[in-house]
Design a protein around this ligand. Structure first.
Ligand code: HEM
Length: 537
């Protein structure tokens, strides 16, 4: 029998054998040996024991046994696509980064969107932050902007990251899969960490239920530096602005969609790109100097705060277009490794303590997740520019140094000597002056935890405010411990009295709980937040 041009025969047990020939390649082992029969193991007699010498059978089962790798410790569920970044406005005044010099020039890009808390098999429309991780394959190496769809973060210091993540993941005794934040541990942690209140407001807002990845903003969150050819540093916050604007679903829709189609977001991205409707974002930068940083009510190193776009407008300088789905989910989306440390000459870090912890964490976790130090040899992670170094060996080494030299300085000139450093073109750190006593004390400027939460709440439309009230009420109604509910509503008193009252009533609390004394006075009269300015646009 044939299907198309394929030759089909039946084995002695009626099993299907699809034969090679014509355009159909022959099945081989990993070693390339052609396979005659992929349906039956080698036995001593038709009813006899399976023979150890069946190398095809053993290789096939061995490889299957090793298919799983650890899922990401956070952001385990994600979906990626290829595309390009095109510069539209030169930033040569503020950075020497090659990718930001010449308008019209494109570099390849890979983007992975994700939820944070759920496992790899969780559903897409959890109430959660979304990861928005971008890898730009520039001529000066890979530059990763590993951001989220919310511009602020839960904590100010990376030392708290294991705590906030443990609290949001399944509780260790019962391990109920929690793709959303509705349980005691999470709200216990948040209510004991006033620095988290601002982000909690964002997570209870419609931002945490995006209609699709295509309708989300992205934020680099931290303050980074750009450094120009003259060595001058400018502070920068990175933004991705969706060309199609922002859209969310409401909670009732999210619950139904998760039941009917847990793959809602990945399907949307796959279908859109397949239909030629390529999602697009503008790269925006907020640029500011030391004088602005010094005059700002908050510390620009505090990742729980944003810089209002009314104070520092977003300059749009490029476009990111996703126009190609992956060939293989595992090879590309699962094995891609983003890292805040992957920067290029002309970009630099600041002393944001969350950023500095991240710089350690990603490489460390990826060595484990991807099986050793050579995960940069995987095509999705390899630079697309020439690269030469003396690192060698380790598991799966595929780019060992060629020839004799694997160290420098060395006496072997020309190609024999291998690559050499270049002080002019190479990465140099901005020579920030650092001087201080060793301490674990946090800056006083990090201590106002409520003003920006209030600003965000007040920037929302009346409908959006009701959604926030409903989300807090629903989530806290799942918390069994009364004291945690009360403590959380106590924080909301500082954010907005109407909000606190609505949630207290929704929870049936006996009046408004006492609010904790704020470490710094809560500010009124701040400019409206980015959410409002986007709606105005
Ligand atoms: C993964 C964003 C804070 C540790 C991710 C991913 C994103 C992200 C988007 C998914 C990357 C991917 O798609 O593969 C952020 C943002 C943060 C933040 C925006 C705060 C502003 C932190 C902190 C730590 C951390 C403070 C640790 C100190 C990790 C780890 C992974 C991860 C270990 C898994 C990486 C992997 O297995 O490849 N983060 N994160 N993150 N993040 Fe963060």
């Amino acid at each position: 029998a044939t299907i198309g041009t394929e030759r089909i025969t039946r084995g002695t047990g009626g099993e299907t054998h699809q034969g090679a020939g014509g355009d159909v390649p022959i099945l081989t082992t990993q070693q390339g040996a052609p396979v005659a029969d992929d349906q039956n193991s080698l036995k001593a007699g038709a009813r006899g024991p399976v023979l150890l010498e069946d190398f095809h059978f053993r290789e096939k089962i061995f490889h299957f046994d090793h298919e799983r790798i650890p899922e990401r410790v956070v952001h385990a569920r994600g979906y990626g696509a290829h595309g390009f970044f095109e510069l539209t406005d030169s930033l040569s005044d503020v950075t020497r980064a090659d990718v930001l010099q010449r308008p019209g020039e494109r570099v390849p890009a890979f983007v992975r969107f994700s939820t944070v808390a759920g496992s790899k098999g969780s559903f897409d429309l959890a109430r959660d932050v979304r990861g928005f991780a971008v890898k730009l394959y520039t001529k000066e190496g890979n530059w990763d902007i590993v951001g989220n769809n919310i511009p602020v973060f839960f904590i100010q210091d990376a030392i708290k990251f294991p705590d906030v993540i443990h609290s949001v993941k399944p509780e260790p005794d019962r391990d109920f899969p929690q793709a959303q934040s509705a349980h005691d541990n999470f709200w216990d942690f948040i209510s004991l960490s006033p620095e988290s209140v601002n982000m909690a407001l964002w997570v209870m807002s419609d931002r945490a239920l995006p209609r699709s990845f295509r309708f989300m903003e992205g934020f680099g969150v931290h303050t980074f530096r750009l450094v120009n050819a003259a060595g001058r540093s400018t502070f920068v916050k990175f933004h991705w602005k969706p060309k199609m604007g922002l859209q969310s679903v409401v909670w009732n829709e999210a619950v139904k969609i998760n039941g009917a189609d847990p793959d809602f977001h990945r399907r949307d991205l796959w279908d859109a790109i397949g239909a030629g409707s390529f999602p697009e974002w503008e790269l925006g930068v907020q640029l500011f100097d030391d004088d602005f940083a010094d005059s700002f009510d908050f510390d620009v190193l505090d990742p729980t705060k944003l810089i209002p776009e009314e104070l520092v407008p977003v300059r749009r300088v490029g476009r990111l277009v996703l126009d190609r789905v992956v060939d293989n989910f595992f090879a590309e989306t699962e094995q891609v490794a983003f890292c805040t440390q992957n920067i290029v000459p002309g970009v630099d870090f600041t002393n944001d303590p969350l950023l500095q912890g991240r710089n350690f964490s990603y490489l460390d976790t990826q060595v484990k997740r991807l099986g050793g130090p050579n995960f940069t040899h995987i095509p999705i992670n390899a630079p697309k520019c020439p690269f030469h170094h003396f690192q060698q060996d380790g598991h799966m080494a595929m780019h060992n140094p060629k020839g004799r030299a694997n160290y420098e300085p060395n006496s072997w000139g020309g190609a024999q000597g291998g690559p050499r450093e270049d002080a002019a073109r190479g990465f140099t750190s901005f020579p920030a002056h650092e001087d201080g006593v060793k301490t674990r004390v946090r800056s006083e400027l990090f201590a106002d935890h409520y003003s920006q939460a209030r600003q965000f709440y007040l920037s929302q439309t009346a409908t959006e405010q009701v959604h926030i009230q409903q989300a807090f009420t629903f989530e806290l109604s799942k918390v069994e411990t009364l004291a945690i509910r009360q403590r959380m509503v106590g924080h909301l008193v500082h954010v907005d009295l109407e909000l606190a009252t609505a949630v207290a009533e929704g929870l049936g609390l006996d009046g408004l709980p006492e609010a904790p004394a704020p470490a710094r006075p809560v500010l009124d009269g701040l400019p409206p937040s980015p959410a409002l300015s986007i709606l105005k646009n």
